[in-house]
Ligand binder design. Structure first.
Ligand code: CO
Ligand code: ZN
Length: 344
C-alpha cells in the first residue's frame, strides 16, 4: 500500500493530462477487473456480473498550472488549473511537461533584501508570478521544447511522518485512487462494481458526469479527501474533522449546492460503519465538492454519497493524511458494497 501511495502521489497529472496516473491504476486494476478507457480518458474497471450496478469514483487529476505566455527573457507566465491560494505558489520547484520531456523550474520572487516594508506584508497574485527555467530568452525556451499549453506540476516527493502519517502532493484525490484499487482487490459481491478513475474533477467534475451516464449505476460513492481542521488557526466549528479519527462520511457539501447525500447511501455507509465498528466522522461542508455532485444529477438521478480521507493542507504540495484512515475507508466502502441489498 505504501509503495502504491508513493507512486500515485509522485505521478504527474493536471486536468486533461491524467495519462501517467491512469497507467498506474490500469496496471493495478487489470489484476482483478475488466478495464477500459472511455473517449474522454476515464478509466473504468468492472468486477462482478450482478444486475445491480454500483459506481465508485476517484479523480485522477491534481491541481496544477499551464504555460500561458513566454516573455522576451524566457520567463514563463502561467494559468492555474483548479483552486489555488496564490501565496502557496511562491518558491515552489516545478516540473514543466514538454513534448521532449521534463524541464525543471522554480516560481521565483523578490528576496526580502529588495522589498519595501509594505511589500513584505502583501500576498502576491499568481498573475504577477513567473517561472524561471533558466532559458535566458525565447530562443532558449524553444530549444528546451517548451510551448504554450504545456502543463506544470509541483516537484515534491512522498514521505512518511511519525504517527502513521504521510505527506506529499496530489493526495486530492490520489488517496481516493489508492483506496479504489484496494477496494476492487478485496470486494466480493453479487453486484456489479464499477470503479472509475475520473478526469478533470478539479475544473468542473467532468469525467464523473460522462462516466456516470455510460454506466448508469443504481447508486454511486465518490472517494476523495476532506479538509481536516486539526491544526493551529482553524476553529473546531469551522472543521471538526481530525486526521486519524476515521474516514469522513459526507452529509452535505458546498452548503448543499454540491451534494446532499441521498438517504439510501448515507444509511448504507453509517449502518455499515456501526455494524463493523469502523470509526467515522460526519461532514457538513460549506466549501468544496466532489465527483458525487455531478454523478447524482446524471440521467434521471443517481443516489450518491462520498467517503473521504481527512487531510490537512489540501490543495498544497504538503498535504498530510493518516494511513489508518485510508485503511478504514477501504474497509468501510468494501463492507458497504458487500452489505448493499436494494429493495427490488
Ligand atoms: Co481538489
Ligand atoms: Zn478532490
Amino acid at each position: 500500500m505504501m509503495e502504491l501511495l508513493k507512486k500515485l502521489s509522485e505521478a504527474h497529472g493536471v486536468p486533461g493530462s491524467e495519462d501517467e496516473v491512469r497507467e498506474i491504476m490500469k496496471k493495478e486494476l487489470e489484476k482483478y477487473c475488466k478495464v477500459e478507457v472511455d473517449a474522454l480518458g476515464n478509466l473504468i474497471a468492472k468486477k462482478g456480473n450482478g444486475k445491480k450496478k454500483i459506481m465508485l469514483a476517484a479523480h485522477m487529476d491534481e491541481i496544477g498550472l499551464m504555460v500561458k505566455h513566454v516573455d522576451k527573457n524566457g520567463f514563463l507566465r502561467f494559468a492555474t488549473l483548479g483552486g489555488f491560494f496564490d501565496q502557496m505558489l511562491l518558491s515552489q520547484r516545478v516540473v514543466v511537461h514538454t513534448k521532449k520531456g521534463r524541464i525543471w523550474g522554480v516560481v521565483g520572487s523578490k528576496p526580502p533584501h529588495l522589498m519595501k516594508e509594505e511589500e513584505r506584508k502583501k500576498v502576491v497574485e499568481y498573475k504577477d508570478m513567473f517561472i524561471d527555467v533558466g532559458a535566458g530568452d525565447e530562443k532558449g525556451i524553444k530549444k528546451l521544447g517548451i510551448e504554450v499549453g504545456d502543463y506544470i506540476t509541483f516537484d515534491r516527493s512522498f514521505k512518511e511522518l511519525p504517527g502513521n502519517l504521510i505527506t506529499g502532493k496530489a493526495f486530492d484525490a490520489r488517496l481516493g485512487c489508492a483506496a479504489l484499487i484496494e477496494i476492487m482487490k478485496k470486494v466480493r459481491t453479487k453486484h456489479s462494481i464499477y470503479a472509475v478513475g475520473t478526469i478533470q474533477e478539479e475544473v468542473g467534475l467532468k469525467g464523473a458526469k460522462t462516466a456516470a451516464f455510460k454506466i448508469n449505476p443504481d447508486i454511486a460513492i465518490a472517494l476523495d479527501v476532506a479538509p481536516a481542521g486539526d491544526f493551529p488557526g482553524v476553529k473546531e466549528e469551522e472543521s471538526h474533522l481530525k486526521v486519524g479519527s476515521g474516514p469522513v462520511i459526507t452529509i452535505a457539501d458546498a452548503s448543499g449546492r454540491g451534494l446532499i447525500t441521498h438517504p439510501t447511501v448515507k444509511n448504507l455507509l453509517i449502518r455499515t460503519a456501526e455494524k463493523y465498528k469502523i470509526p467515522y466522522q460526519l461532514e457538513v461542508g460549506e466549501g468544496g465538492t466532489t465527483d458525487a455532485s455531478a454523478i447524482h444529477l446524471t440521467r434521471e438521478g443517481i443516489p450518491s454519497g462520498v467517503v473521504s480521507i481527512p487531510t490537512r493542507y489540501i490543495h498544497s504540495p504538503v498535504e498530510v493524511a493518516s494511513l489508518k484512515d485510508i485503511e478504514n475507508a477501504v474497509k468501510l466502502v468494501t463492507l458497504s458494497l458487500e452489505n448493499y441489498s436494494p429493495m427490488t
